[in-house]
Write a protein that binds this ligand. Sequence first.
Ligand SMILES: *[C@@H]1O[C@H](CO)[C@@H](O)[C@H](O)[C@H]1NC(C)=O
Ligand SMILES: *[C@@H]1O[C@H](CO)[C@@H](O)[C@H](O)[C@H]1NC(C)=O
Ligand SMILES: *[C@@H]1O[C@H](CO)[C@@H](O)[C@H](O)[C@H]1NC(C)=O
Ligand SMILES: *[C@@H]1O[C@H](CO)[C@@H](O)[C@H](O)[C@H]1NC(C)=O
Ligand SMILES: *[C@@H]1O[C@H](CO)[C@@H](O)[C@H](O)[C@H]1NC(C)=O
Ligand SMILES: *[C@@H]1O[C@H](CO)[C@@H](O)[C@H](O)[C@H]1NC(C)=O
Ligand SMILES: *[C@@H]1O[C@H](CO)[C@@H](O)[C@H](O)[C@H]1NC(C)=O
Ligand SMILES: *[C@@H]1O[C@H](CO)[C@@H](O)[C@H](O)[C@H]1NC(C)=O
Ligand SMILES: *[C@@H]1O[C@H](CO)[C@@H](O)[C@H](O)[C@H]1NC(C)=O
Ligand SMILES: *[C@@H]1O[C@H](CO)[C@@H](O)[C@H](O)[C@H]1NC(C)=O
Length: 497
Amino acid sequence: MRSYFLKILYALLLLFHELGFGLGFKGSMRSADAKCREKEKQALLNFKQSLIDDYGILSTWSDHQNNTDCCNWKGIQCNHQTGYVHLLDLRCLDKQYLRGAINLFSLIHLQYIQHLDLSNNDFLLNHIPQAIGSFTNLKYLNLSFSEFSGRIPFKLGNLSLLRCLDLGRNYLRGPVPFQIGNLRQLQYLDLGGNYLSGEIPFQLRNLKRLQYLNLAGSSLSGAIPFQNGNLPNLQTLRLSGDFDTEAEDSEWLSNLHSLTRLELSSWHNLSFSRQWLQTISERIPNLIDLRLFGCSLSDNNIKILFHSRSNFSTSLTVLDLSSNMLTSSTFQLLFNFSFHLQELYLTDNRIALSSFLYPNFPSLNILHLSMNNLTSSVFEGNFNFGSKLRELHLFNCSLTDQSFLISSASTINSSSSLAILDLSSNLLKSSIIFYWLLNITTYLQTLDLTSNMLEDPIPDGFGKVMNSLEGFYVSENRLHSVFLWKQVQIADLRSLK
Ligand SMILES: *[C@@H]1O[C@H](CO)[C@@H](O)[C@H](O)[C@H]1NC(C)=O
Ligand SMILES: *[C@@H]1O[C@H](CO)[C@@H](O)[C@H](O)[C@H]1NC(C)=O
Ligand SMILES: *[C@@H]1O[C@H](CO)[C@@H](O)[C@H](O)[C@H]1NC(C)=O
Ligand SMILES: *[C@@H]1O[C@H](CO)[C@@H](O)[C@H](O)[C@H]1NC(C)=O
Ligand SMILES: *[C@@H]1O[C@H](CO)[C@@H](O)[C@H](O)[C@H]1NC(C)=O
Ligand SMILES: *[C@@H]1O[C@H](CO)[C@@H](O)[C@H](O)[C@H]1NC(C)=O
Ligand SMILES: *[C@@H]1O[C@H](CO)[C@@H](O)[C@H](O)[C@H]1NC(C)=O
Ligand SMILES: *[C@@H]1O[C@H](CO)[C@@H](O)[C@H](O)[C@H]1NC(C)=O
Ligand SMILES: *[C@@H]1O[C@H](CO)[C@@H](O)[C@H](O)[C@H]1NC(C)=O
Ligand SMILES: *[C@@H]1O[C@H](CO)[C@@H](O)[C@H](O)[C@H]1NC(C)=O
């Protein structure tokens, strides 16, 4: 009985002690926050030593007397109670970045780090060390756009708490390590824009929580390892490579009920698989962004995708069919499925617009038709791709002055929304293009006429009327003088050569 009483007393004392401590901690506000750990501070200083900091990004990282608490250094957050570093964010913005032979190994002392973002820096083609596998508390790891090379370390598979892994846009080679399939918490996996090869490891089937998967930009091959029911939460899927197209594999795709963005690029076999094309067309009802570039697709393939029962017309806002074998007939077909289309990419196909084809895409913002051999008189009298068109790219389309003649009979429909026009690498000679632009545009901001054969002078009034123009590119022509915008000066191009 006595010992029971003592036990309760002891418990009560403990409780009060805890409460008191808690209140005291809170009452003293931030000044009582734990300071950074000496060992971690040294680790950070060692890490800094491996980097070249041209822009003073790490200027607060120094051990001077009034700056000893590394929790206050730029890019660092500590746990208030323990003082351990839990976040290191050195993502660089704009044109200011860190460079050097990164010494990730020195960060190994940051035992409790959960969030590591070193994206957008220049680590001079250094490798990502296997030691990355020691950061076992990491939930977020972003090393994208940072000039890493070498292989993807398989020890990443030990970071079992990871929710987001972004290694995109580097120079990584070799296979996708199968150990990535261990990362059961992963929601976001971006390995896109690298030089990976080999097959997609089947272990990735285990990533049940994955919402975003990007394996595009590399050339992977082999079978699509996913089966019906795998990756059920996927919203974005981007793959590129020469995969096999087994009909039954498309079944998996049709069960991705949350899928809204799909890229399957450089996949030549796709053009042979009616099954896959039909699945994309009919069984993914909420697709808003579809990119099938470099897949050797023909007009007949596109007819399978866009047929009368297809629901694309209501959902699709972005369509990229660049680098296929499509002709004007596809372009024409697309008018009927274009009500919500905002971005259309048809670069590098075989489209030849005729003057009888008056495309009108009511919602289109961006149109890329570069590297098609558009025939002459394309815009004769009619320039009516859509009243919302902001960007038009017609690089290397064999356009001549004739393409821009406006016959007196036709009605001119001005395109006042057009802001960016790329007409570089065509065959334009005379100043007719400038008169055409005066007639047809109102707020042009960027005009690229690089690498044509322009020889007539630019009309005097052009610069004054086009006062919204910010970028004007006319090098590689035969012009003798050009207006320099805003400054109203004549520059002699010959002296620049
Ligand atoms: C220390 O504090 C002084 C005065 O506030 C300041 O001038 C100096 O730049 C600080 N030094 C460092 C390294 O922050
Ligand atoms: C990773 O960093 C890049 C560049 O800073 C950024 O664009 C990207 O959105 C980040 N990824 C994630 C998943 O946050
Ligand atoms: C890392 O993961 C491997 C399996 O991929 C396992 O054998 C090893 O014990 C793990 N290491 C640590 C330190 O957890
Ligand atoms: C896919 O392409 C590869 C390489 O081009 C080829 O070997 C394979 O037979 C193709 N598979 C199918 C199912 O078309
Ligand atoms: C198109 O969408 C409607 C309504 O969202 C749906 O009832 C119909 O089944 C869809 N058609 C196809 C071919 O998926
Ligand atoms: C587009 O739709 C119109 C009317 O609905 C139809 O007459 C025409 O054949 C269609 N064009 C194509 C290329 O499908
Ligand atoms: C474009 O087409 C025209 C007429 O069909 C042809 O004369 C010309 O050689 C073609 N240009 C290119 C670059 O293919
Ligand atoms: C323009 O396109 C043709 C093929 O249509 C290609 O041969 C040529 O290299 C391209 N020119 C430029 C400057 O890209
Ligand atoms: C010009 O636009 C008007 C109204 O937007 C339209 O009615 C007319 O058909 C267009 N003309 C041509 C030649 O496209
Ligand atoms: C510009 O518009 C005027 C008046 O509508 C017309 O006479 C002229 O031919 C047009 N010029 C060009 C190059 O379109």
